[in-house]
Ligand binder design. Sequence first.
Ligand code: HEC
Length: 195
Amino acid sequence: MRSLKVSALTIAATALFAFSAAAADGPGVSYGQKISEADVKALDIDVSTSTGAGLPAGSGTVADGAKIYAEKCVACHGEGANGGSMYGPMHGGIGSFVTPKRKLTPGSMYPYAPILFDYIRRAMPMDSPQSLNDNEVYALTAYIYSLNGLVKEDAVLDAKSLAAIKMPNKDGFVVDDRPDVKAVRCMADCTKIKP
Ligand code: HEC
């Protein structure tokens, strides 16, 4: 029993030594790798949703959006985004946000139109996120906003026309200014604000 313990210890010590010796070998043996500017750019898909700054080039029509929707979204969101197996309706409820019976949809909730593009581009379809190209995301955004009556059926959305949509709930969110919370709205140089 004793010798078993010793040999287990010896093996562990040897393994540890081997690992540290390998780690000390320098280049080639380390965690991760340096990231290039191009790699960082590919990951940086941030959009300023209140202004549309950072929206990519490209465009999409309501009609194309309807086709892509039928292929990649309908299983979870239902026909015509009426609600499906995974999520409720994605249109309607406009005006309900400030009432006790809210129906939350992109049309009734989002204060800025680019939020929908940003959300779809990052997160949908849920079973294959970031698999859509920018034209497809513009098209899906156009389709969902057309279902909400916020763009016409022949609309073409791109960075400019998307940012120009006036959302019905633009003024529905309020800054929480209770004295014990003291929330301060900040869109630039936010590190300068003292908590
Ligand atoms: C595998 C199921 C699935 C598929 C496929 C899918 N979604 Fe979703 N989607 C969800 C779920 C679940 C949520 C809710 C996520 C949450 O609340 O965190 C969601 C949320 C959303 C929302 C937010 C709605 C809101 O009210 O704010 C949008 C917009 C959306 N999906 C669009 C799409 C589009 C466009 C496609 C097709 C490209 C798609 N989804 C495909 C499951 C799916």
